[in-house]
Design a protein around this ligand. Structure first.
Ligand SMILES: Nc1ncnc2c1ncn2[C@@H]1O[C@H](COP(=O)(O)OP(=O)(O)O)[C@@H](O)[C@H]1O
Ligand SMILES: [Mg+2]
Length: 358
């Protein structure tokens, strides 16, 4: 059978996106089909550059074309992506931002900022455009974790309006409460000052077009959360906990907060941090120092996914302290764990967007 565009479209209509449960043609994921003799070339538009199923989908396309059209077909696929969003055009708030992901926790010290920072850079490493707002008034961590201590954002003119320009570092754009006040001083700010600074980060900053905007929330459940949830159309929240904390009231309250009618933000899932320890000399061993399976039980109880279990690793701590997040170290197991988390989160956002859109 000779290869035609119609035959290619037909063949690809038998390939489903494994996450979205519909075929690639229905999902509008195929375009630019070119045929030259036995050669077939087309563009496959994924729902996120962080798609962990890339290779699987690509192989399924090749198999389908060879099966339905010709065993001789030489298939070349250009993988690109267009991150999906539930937001409509013409938003006045964060108009170019497709997905806003809040990172929350029941209490401080569980690794919320570590997760937020490495998640943001991990998503950027896959090719996504990413921003990070450090909204943690009690302990802004971004200036230290991203090696930006003492930096102050500039104010620029955009279409005749003054806008705060986010600072770029490691491939992401960022603003932190810590850029406006010394870290110690920030803590004594009054509530209204915090709220107005945060509001400015959201309404008066030049974020431009972003696939994902990550917000590192303060720990717990307070006024800042309420204000933020009422100002910002948060796509989804992730809740970070450690194995010691999973059963405690704080984390349960944090999850429940998002489900309150006046907040009503979907919880994308739970991230268990410091889940296990792997000694560098025994890379295949996992020691669950604080017990195993707590995150899973919590996730099941609230009927949300467990998005990841992250190891305790010295380089995760030192990377945070010296301003070079561990996810930047290619090929380290800790970086791999964060890259996997970034992919899982991007994938779950894409699934949510697809399910909610219909
Ligand atoms: N998986 C981990 N392994 C080792 N150290 C970690 C890990 N996660 C966080 N830490 C360290 O624990 C401390 C608290 O983490 P941080 O992200 O600041 O917590 P939070 O934002 O919840 O207060 C930091 O020193 C950080 O480097
Ligand atoms: Mg923090």
């Amino acid at each position: 059978m000779s290869i035609t565009k119609a035959a290619v479209i037909n063949a690809l209509s038998y390939v489903d996106d494994p996450d979205l449960g519909k075929d690639l043609v229905t999902l509008n994921m195929v375009d630019n089909i070119e045929i030259d003799g036995n050669k077939v070339r087309f563009r496959l538009i994924l729902t996120t550059p962080a798609c962990p199923m890339k290779e699987q989908i690509k192989n399924a396309c090749i198999t389908a074309i060879r099966h339905f059209i010709s065993k001789e077909a030489q298939v070349e696929i250009d993988l690109t992506s267009r991150v999906t969003t539930l937001r409509q055009d013409g938003n006045s708030i964060l108009p170019g931002v497709k997905n806003i992901i809040a990172v929350a926790s029941g209490k401080g010290g569980v690794g919320k900022s570590t997760v937020a920072v490495n998640l943001a850079i991990g998503l950027a490493k896959t090719g996504a455009s990413v921003g990070l707002i450090d909204a943690d008034i009690y302990g802004p961590s971004v200036p230290v974790m991203l090696n930006l201590r003492g930096r102050r954002p500039h104010v620029i003119q955009v279409n005749g309006h003054n806008k705060i320009e986010p600072i770029e570092q490691y491939g992401i754009k960022t603003l932190s409460i810590g850029f406006l006040a010394e870290e110690k001083q920030a803590i004594v700010w009054r509530g209204p000052m915090v709220s107005s600074a945060l509001r400015q980060f959201i309404t008066d900053a030049d974020w431009g077009a972003l696939d994902y905007l990550i917000i590192d929330l303060p720990p717990g459940t307070g006024d800042v959360h309420l204000t933020l949830a009422q100002t910002v159309p948060i796509t989804a929240a992730i809740v970070v906990t450690t194995p010691q904390e999973v059963a405690k009231a704080d984390v349960v309250r944090a999850i429940a907060m998002f489900q309150l009618p006046q907040i009503n933000v979907p919880v994308l899932g739970i991230v268990e941090n410091m889940s296990y320890f792997t000694p560098p000399e025994l890379p295949d061993k996992k020691y669950y120092l604080f017990g195993q399976g707590g995150g899973r039980i919590l996730a099941d109880e609230f009927d949300v996914p467990l998005l990841g279990e992250l190891p305790i690793v010295e380089t995760i701590r030192s990377g945070g302290d010296n301003g070079t997040p561990v996810v930047l170290n290619n090929n380290s197991p800790a970086a791999e764990a964060f890259m996997q988390l970034a992919q899982t989160i991007a994938r779950n956002i894409a699934i949510r967007n697809a399910e909610t859109a219909v």
